[in-house]
Write a protein that binds this ligand. Structure first.
Ligand SMILES: O=P(O)(O)O[C@@H]1C[C@H](O)[C@@H](CO)O1
Ligand SMILES: Nc1nc2[nH]cnc2c(=O)[nH]1
Length: 294
């Protein structure tokens, strides 16, 4: 079951060492591409890319719209590593496996993690095609003990009881809003709360109404475990959700969602998301003390 599997420090190190032996790039920024957002990798220059199936210890991506490649390259003067495809709990991966790359990135010297996802909107002010800068999350699996940090704590990575109150960096959220204004997409962009549910089914009407009443702005099936592990090991985090659909909350209107529709909105908004992320990366101030030693 999820919480029992443990991955040793040596296993993360082995993967980090293998990647560093295969590429000259030493990433400062890691980017995780959500469903339909794999094009974020296209902006990287001087790419070195690896199929997940060739990387020792890496899980495999099984979801359409998640290519399963790790891409290293330069973006606006920063060295980045980009996951073209992430791992979800509903694919059957343990939570340690879904978050495996995060600790590998930390060991490679990454300072900042940018997470993206596709999500359904529960908020009146968020329409398909809008960009939600994640202010905070509700980790539903985590609240009932399905947490990648369950099990013995590895003190080399972080504290047994890490705080999560500031896990989405305030400075980066403000910077992203400023960039959205400068790029003329402020009307499409606002902050909100993301909730992770286990999936893979989309919400029932009753579940959607419950999430809405709880103050959730957008719901998806990923991200929270990655952010918990990143915050635990001291990475600075920025997150955004591309709103791909409204979550149906009425028995009358017959609204429905499917994965192909989710991917289609990703394609339509790819340029706006790409430009926002690229400008954010270019304006990041990197903490050069991050030498990857954990
Ligand atoms: O990887 P993300 O969270 O972007 O993927 C979302 C949630 C499901 O995996 C999928 C549903 O269409 O999109
Ligand atoms: N749980 C969930 N995940 C999504 N990913 C994209 N849209 C949705 C949605 O409506 N619900």
């Amino acid at each position: 079951m999820h919480s029992k599997e443990q991955i040793s420090h040596d296993e993360y190190q082995k993967t980090a060492d293998w990647l560093m032996s295969q590429t000259q790039h030493r990433p400062q920024v890691a980017i995780i591409c959500g469903s339909g957002l794999g094009m974020l990798c296209d902006t990287l220059k001087c790419q070195d890319s690896f199929a997940y199936s060739d990387i020792p210890g890496f899980p495999q991506s099984t979801v359409q719209g998640h290519a399963g490649r790790l891409v290293f390259g330069e973006l606006k003067g920063k060295t980045c590593v980009c996951m073209q495809g992430r791992f979800h709990m509903y694919e059957g991966h343990s939570l340690c496996k879904t978050t495996f790359p995060i600790r590998v990135f930390k060991m490679m010297g990454v300072d900042t993690l940018i997470v993206t996802n596709a999500a359904g909107s529960l908020a009146d002010g968020l329409q398909p095609g809008d960009i939600m800068i994640i202010k905070d999350h509700v980790n539903f699996p985590g609240l009932v003990g399905l947490n990648p940090l369950s099990g013995p704590n590895d003190d080399k990575f972080g504290l047994r009881f890490p705080a999560m109150s500031g896990c989405y960096d305030r400075g980066l959220r403000c910077l992203a809003m400023e960039i959205a204004k400068q790029q003329g997409v402020a009307g499409l962009t606002r902050e909100g709360v993301y909730a992770m549910v286990g999936g893979p089914n989309f919400e029932t009407i009753a579940e959607a109404r419950l999430l809405h009443r709880l103050g959730v702005d957008a719901v998806g099936m990923s991200t929270a475990p990655e952010v918990v592990v990143a915050t635990h090991c001291g990475l600075r985090v920025f997150g955004l959700s591309l709103i791909t659909n409204k979550v149906a909350t009425s028995y009358e209107d017959g609204e429905s969602v499917d994965h192909e529709g989710v991917l289609e909105v990703g394609r339509l908004r790819s340029l706006a998301v790409q430009q926002l992320v690229a400008e954010l990366v270019s304006r990041l101030e990197i903490n050069n003390n991050s030498d990857g030693a954990v």
